[in-house]
Design a protein. Structure first.
Length: 144
């Protein structure tokens, strides 16, 4: 997968390109479940990253009339945060290799970061009303 072009979802089998509009995303998902959470933010349940079952959030900027700039990976519940962290990390390393940078985190889990062309990936756990896992892929704006 060339992450600089977009992201491949395995089930449903949909390729989501960076920069698409909300309407284009809705068209891609016309035969699948896509939840509109708020302006510029949608979610779906899916399988990607070589068989990982998860929720996927789509963030648009600007929030009204913008393009897709960020994907957020999460679960509906976290009965075992350590297991979730390890599983996400394993699948991301399988596809994107070892992180570019690893540093200590505040909740006992390392902060993992990848920089791949014009895309950044971060995986961390921080305290927000209790420990919360964050796994995000973000496309940097293209400089012309």
């Amino acid at each position: 997968m060339d992450i600089s072009q977009g992201f491949q979802i395995e089930s449903p089998q949909i390729f989501v390109s960076w920069g698409i509009t909300e309407n284009q995303l809705k068209t891609l998902f016309e035969n699948h479940v896509l939840h509109h959470v708020t302006k510029g933010y949608y979610t779906t349940s899916c399988i990607s990253l070589e068989g990982l079952i998860h929720e996927l959030g789509f963030h648009f900027e600007p929030r009204v009339g913008g393009g897709l700039v960020e994907l957020e990976f999460f679960r509906k519940s976290y009965p075992n945060l350590e297991h979730s962290y390890q599983e996400f990390q394993q699948h991301f390393e399988l596809l994107f290799g070892q992180p570019t940078k690893t540093q200590p985190g505040s909740e006992g889990f390392p902060i993992q970061q990848w920089w791949l062309k014009d895309v950044s990936i971060i995986h961390c756990i921080f305290d927000r009303f209790g420990p919360e896992e964050h796994m995000k892929i973000r496309k940097s704006p293209t400089v012309v």
